[in-house]
Design a protein around this ligand. Structure first.
Ligand code: PRP
Length: 209
């Protein structure tokens, strides 16, 4: 059996559709119930739905052989896994945003609110800018509006959340998309099966052009 951790939600459904098209279908997954684990013994695959930010934990520790995680999570938590394929799904970007008209004069410590403290710290360290990080868990956009921070480092997809809260992107930190990741020991011991899956998935990746 190959254990595959899928990110629960809309992205996960698109990811499963890719596995299905790649020949690793598991029809029971479409039954509308609250089960979390589904398997197809004939295809030797078992899928489970995992909170998106937890996928890399399952894969790093070997509870899953394969998983799909956002590049944001991989950059933030640097799990010890192989990143083998960009699925070109869930495309968005990590960006710095602030209230419209905000200008960083560089004269005092910049207050940065974010869920992604490592990404934010790395971004500002690379340019030698001193910052004070405020770790939040959601609704990050509120921070600059209420004066809790000067800027935010957060995910921007359509830009609607920023727009509706009078915030603007100042700069892009890094582009993000969903990546296929593999447990290191699994890759060593189930090489052929995993390589076959990765190859078939690669054929399903839709390019932008
Ligand atoms: C993310 C992000 C923004 C929003 C951006 O939040 O934190 O709030 O999506 O999307 P947009 O540019 O299309 O408006 P998410 O829905 O992941 O939830 P969160 O509040 O838990 O971060």
């Amino acid at each position: 059996m190959i254990n595959i951790a899928l990110p629960k939600g809309r992205l996960g459904e698109k990811v499963y559709a890719m596995f299905e098209a790649a020949g690793y279908e598991c029809p029971s997954i479409k039954e509308n119930n609250r089960k979390l684990i589904f398997e197809n013994t004939e295809k030797q695959v078992r899928y489970f739905w995992v909170k998106p930010s937890d996928v890399s934990i399952y894969v790093e520790r070997g509870a899953a052989d394969i998983g799909v995680a956002g590049k944001d999570i991989l950059l933030e938590y640097t799990p010890d896994v192989y990143e083998l394929l960009d699925l070109n799904l869930g495309r968005c970007r990590m960006a710095v945003a602030a209230r419209r008209g905000f200008h960083d004069d560089g004269e005092r410590t910049l207050k940065v609110a974010t869920k992604f403290t490592n990404i934010a710290a790395g971004h500002y360290a690379s340019r030698g800018r001193e910052i004070d990080i405020i770790k939040l868990n959601g609704s990050i956009e509120l921070a600059p509006i209420l004066g809790l921070s000067d800027v935010i480092v957060d995910i921007v997809e359509t830009g609607t959340t920023l727009k509706e809260n009078d915030l603007d992107v100042i700069e892009t930190v890094v582009p993000i998309s969903a990546r296929l990741i593999v447990n290191k020991a699994s890759f060593k011991f189930k090489t052929e099966k995993i390589e076959n899956i990765v190859r078939s998935m690669k054929e399903q990746v839709k390019n932008d052009d």
